[in-house]
Ligand binder design. Structure first.
Ligand SMILES: NC(=O)c1ccc[n+]([C@@H]2O[C@H](COP(=O)([O-])OP(=O)(O)OC[C@H]3O[C@@H](n4cnc5c(N)ncnc54)[C@H](OP(=O)(O)O)[C@@H]3O)[C@@H](O)[C@H]2O)c1
Length: 281
């Protein structure tokens, strides 16, 4: 085994960080790569790609959304003798009606999935739905900390998946031959409405937090008043709005299929995040 046998890109992000910890806890050698992480890797600077891939056997690919850089990166990985790829994708990627795609995200990820499948290497694709960690580390976190989550998502529900489960599936795929050629769609065990999710976090933290549904127009206007460029505000609304339609409320069995156990509940996510100080006041 070389010094760094597994490359994890997006290593400071919600899934990558947990993948790195789990691999290291298992005693495996990891190159943790991102722009601001241990090993400097930038999707937009191809001069950083070779050093990231040097001596690596397996790669977790967290791509830069809205680009088609995974295809040339995979070609480079093949030249470096990489054997196995695990790609971070998303649920609904093969459904053109799943969400509006103002930034070319869907097109980019579809191209990445095709590149990985056509690579000739062993591959696994992880397709999670909405991460539970959006409430603690992602773009709902500010609202939760402020005590009021204001979103244009009505009373929609989603099968929020814990990033710990995503990481566990990715680690299994990186380290165990049985996952080659599989696509794992990942959700939590139950669809949870935004009001319910916020109430669960409120209970876990002992803090008063509420969910306020907004219209798309109200939401965009609020973001613009806070200084967000109108096009970006509209793009955020495009991402959130399908939640209100229940687009992500269906359940997927990927965690059970990959790991032989059920996914963690939203309440488990909320309690463990609160216990770890994930919502500082
Ligand atoms: N959040 C969700 O609910 C959700 C649901 C389904 C699918 N997804 C998909 O999951 C992926 C995101 O995964 P995530 O949530 O684990 O990541 P994340 O928390 O958004 O973190 C992104 C990671 O990418 C790195 N990064 C950003 N720009 C980079 C660049 N130019 N070059 C190299 N690294 C760069 C960041 O680190 P540095 O800043 O250090 O570079 C960070 O480690 C996206 O493709 C998203 O579409 C997300």
């Amino acid at each position: 085994m070389s010094e760094h046998s597994i490359l994890v890109t997006g290593a400071t992000g919600k899934s990558g960080r947990r993948v790195v910890s789990r691999l290291r806890a298992a005693g495996l050698s990891v190159r943790a790569a991102s722009r601001n992480g241990e090993h400097v890797f930038d999707w937009t600077d191809r001069g950083t790609w070779d050093a990231a891939l040097e001596g690596v056997r397996s790669v977790y690919i967290v791509q830069m959304d809205g680009t088609k850089l995974v295809r040339p990166f995979v070609e480079r990985a093949v030249r470096h003798g990489v054997r196995r790829l695990v790609l971070a994708s998303g649920r609904g990627i093969d459904d053109p009606d799943y969400a509006k795609d103002s930034g070319g995200v869907r097109e980019g990820i579809l191209d990445s999935e095709a590149a990985v499948r056509e690579s000739g290497l062993e591959w696994t694709i992880s397709r999670p739905g909405w991460f539970a960690q959006n409430f603690s580390e992602g773009f709902f976190a500010d609202g939760i900390r402020a005590g009021e989550l204001r979103l244009p998502a009505g009373d929609g529900a989603a099968g929020f998946v814990d990033a710990e489960d995503i990481a566990a599936v990715v680690v299994a795929a990186l380290t165990d031959d049985r996952h080659a050629g599989r696509i794992y769609e990942l959700s939590g065990p139950r669809a949870v409405t935004l009001a319910e999710a916020v109430a669960t976090i409120s209970e876990a933290t002992g803090r008063d937090i509420r969910y306020v549904p907004l219209s798309v127009e109200e939401y965009v206007a609020e973001l613009v008043r806070q200084g967000v460029p109108p096009a970006d505000a509209r793009a955020f609304a495009d991402v959130v709005e399908p939640l209100g339609k229940g687009t992500d409320a269906y359940l997927s069995d990927g965690v059970q299929r990959a790991l032989g156990r059920p996914p963690r509940t939203f309440a488990e996510f909320a309690r463990s995040t609160a216990a770890a100080g994930g919502w500082p006041t």
